[in-house]
Design a protein around this ligand. Structure first.
Ligand code: ATP
Ligand code: MG
Length: 325
């Protein structure tokens, strides 16, 4: 076949299906957008394991009417102006890609209202990110993004995610992602529903410890102690098993998800940090081996954004530090 340029809709679908790989990546991007909009309330609703419907509603700043036409277009962002801004990044988003990518693999409607608007508007967006209809709607200040028919145009992916066991695993992944974002924002209220059933909720509280308690329960959180390190360029908050805990095994799971690691409020998977935390905890509990077990803990590191590169992978959960630890 002679070489030819792919139609835009095809090339977009191909690349976007790499950014939005699953239900959990959609939910993660939408919740991160809500947090970037300084929401204090986020309601998440899934139907049919998220393949039928994903809704994320926030009470954040909303989207200005002038920004609406560009919101779902690739490379449009209100969060950075140039590469150098990544050195002072305070937001989860920076690429201006997430909504555009979601639009190309699903049907998207955005309802939004800023404090300046008299009423909300609901915008239906097509797969290229262009607004196709706009009509007045009911919503207090904030934004509601509705995503339906996810991967309708990528049937192999849809069938894969739809099979019983995988759908349950994916729902668990969504649950984990939302919980990890919820915990690190104590002041945030979150509800999480699937098929109209409220799976869990977190109310606003004032400390990381109270926040974690709502997610992992009193039994675990009461057995953790808080350690703080404050230096000019670095701050570390840790919630780790109390040294006097007699049986560390009751605070361990075989799944690494119970170790919640954050760099600048971004939940991260960072092998070196994970190993350091494991080493520290096992040293505190000398004689209680941690083989194939992970202790419940939370480690939140805050450093200058210029020290972190979060632009390694499309899902931004792996990061690189300038000064490798
Ligand atoms: N819930 C929301 N509330 C307010 N504004 C929003 C919301 N969701 C999206 N936006 C606006 O739409 C823009 C595009 O969002 P999108 O997620 O595609 O990109 P981003 O967050 O800037 O970068 P990234 O692709 O890294 O997530 C944002 O920059 C923001 O201005
Ligand atoms: Mg975003």
């Amino acid at each position: 076949m002679p070489m030819q340029r792919l139609p835009t809709s095809t090339s977009k679908l191909v690349t976007c299906a790499q950014i939005i790989t699953s239900v959990s990546s959609v939910v993660k991007e939408l919740v991160e957008n809500a947090l970037d909009a300084e929401a204090t309330n986020i309601d998440i609703k899934l139907e049919g394991n998220g393949l039928d419907l994903i809704e994320v509603k926030d009470d954040g700043c909303g989207i200005a009417k002038t920004d609406m036409p560009n919101m779902c277009l690739p490379c449009y962002t209100s969060k950075v102006c140039g590469y150098e801004d990544l050195d002072k990044l305070q937001t989860y988003g920076f690429r201006g890609e997430a909504l555009s990518a979601i639009c190309s693999v699903a049907d998207v409607t955005v309802t939004t209202r800023t404090s300046e608007d008299e009423f909300a508007m609901a915008y239906a967006v097509n797969d290229c990110g262009n607004i196709v209809t706009a009509k007045p709607s009911h919503l207090n200040k904030g934004t509601l993004v509705t995503v339906s028919g996810l991967f309708r145009k990528v049937p192999v992916r849809k069938n894969y995610l739809n099979s019983g066991r995988r759908a349950a695993e994916e729902l668990k992944r969504v649950d984990n992602i939302v919980k990890s974002l919820a915990v690190i924002h104590p002041g945030l209220r979150v509800t999480f529903r699937h098929n109209k059933c409220l799976l869990w909720q977190k109310s606003a509280c004032s400390t990381l410890c109270q926040s974690l308690m709502q997610i992992v329960g009193h039994f675990v959180s009461s057995k953790l102690e808080e350690l703080l390190l404050r230096e000019t360029e670095l701050s570390v908050d840790m919630l780790v098993p109390r040294r006097e805990t007699e049986n560390l095994a009751v605070l361990c799971l075989s799944n690494v998800d119970c170790m919640m690691l954050y760099i600048n409020n971004r939940p991260v998977r960072y092998k070196k940090l994970e190993k350091m935390v494991l080493k520290y905890i096992s040293e505190c509990f000398s004689g209680q081996p941690l083989t194939h077990k992970y202790p419940y803990c939370l480690v939140s590191i805050v450093i200058s954004p210029g020290e972190v590169d979060a632009n390694l992978e499309p899902n931004k959960t792996r990061v690189m530090l300038k000064e490798e630890i």
